[in-house]
Design a protein around this ligand. Structure first.
Ligand code: SAM
Length: 226
């Protein structure tokens, strides 16, 4: 038993030794890449945990799935886990949304990122982290019928650009339970490549007479009163 253990340990250390000596080591290290800071992720988990009303968790714009995995932590060790709904094109930004930024918001970027994902890879990433019952939709969030899914307790909107955020926000708000919370990413008032989401957030706050609430320099929060 001891010899078996020592052999295994030696083999693992030997493979790791070779790996870290090879010039490619930094490209193959299993690193979890997050678009959000630990503080921002923690804020969202704490927010979900404080919501008393029933309802699903929804993430619009999921990318490779790192934030989805964290949001699903809110379902660990609870009696009634909330269903998780994910929506993405899984192929980055749509032409009309990119053109809107370029032509109407005078942004000089191509917005061709996030094309290296797929619904299958996202699904498998969730499964590898023990999340087996997620409801995953590959579509334009602007065209998604939010009335066909259960009422929403928490929604992260993370689609960066003005047009999709503007179109989706009222639909989510209409389907939000009293006591529910929407978080819109990229709402810093500082001008940037992805400041369209923030502009849509600020306009929507005005429309529904909700104070702007920017948490941790980035997350635009909307709370529906009970
Ligand atoms: C910033 S990434 C999401 C990152 C993810 N929330 C995370 O924290 O790991 C933005 C995502 O929005 C998706 N997206 C952009 N426009 C969209 C649209 N109109 N409908 C659905 N998804 C869209 C992109 O494909 C991309 O995966």
């Amino acid at each position: 038993m001891k010899l078996k253990y020592l052999l295994r340990l030696f083999s693992i250390r030997f493979v790791k030794f070779l790996f870290f000596k090879a010039p490619i080591w930094r490209y193959f290290l299993p690193v979890m890449k997050f678009d959000m800071t630990i503080g921002q992720l923690n804020f969202m988990l704490e927010t979900i945990n404080k919501i008393k009303s029933d309802g699903i968790i929804c993430e619009i714009g999921v990318g490779g799935g790192s934030t989805s995995i964290i949001l699903n932590h809110a379902n660990k060790n609870v009696n009634n886990p909330r269903s998780f709904y994910a929506i993405d094109t899984f192929y980055g930004f749509l032409d009309e949304d990119r053109k809107y930024e370029q032509q109407k918001r005078n942004k000089n970027y191509d917005y061709l990122s996030y094309r290296s994902n797929s619904k299958e890879w996202y699904t498998k990433t969730l499964i590898a982290h023990g999340i087996k019952n997620a409801n995953i939709y590959k579509c334009d969030a602007k065209l998604f019928d939010f009335d066909k899914i259960p009422k929403i307790a928490f929604c992260l909107i993370d689609i960066d650009l003005y047009l999709p955020t503007k179109k989706v926000l009222p639909k989510i708000y209409n389907n939000l339970v009293p006591g529910g919370v929407i978080v819109v990413d990229d709402c810093s008032p500082i001008q940037s490549k992805y400041d369209g989401a923030g502009e849509a957030y600020r306009e929507f706050c005005k429309e529904i007479k909700h104070d702007e609430d920017i948490v941790l320099s980035k997350l635009g929060v909307i709370r529906k009163s009970l």
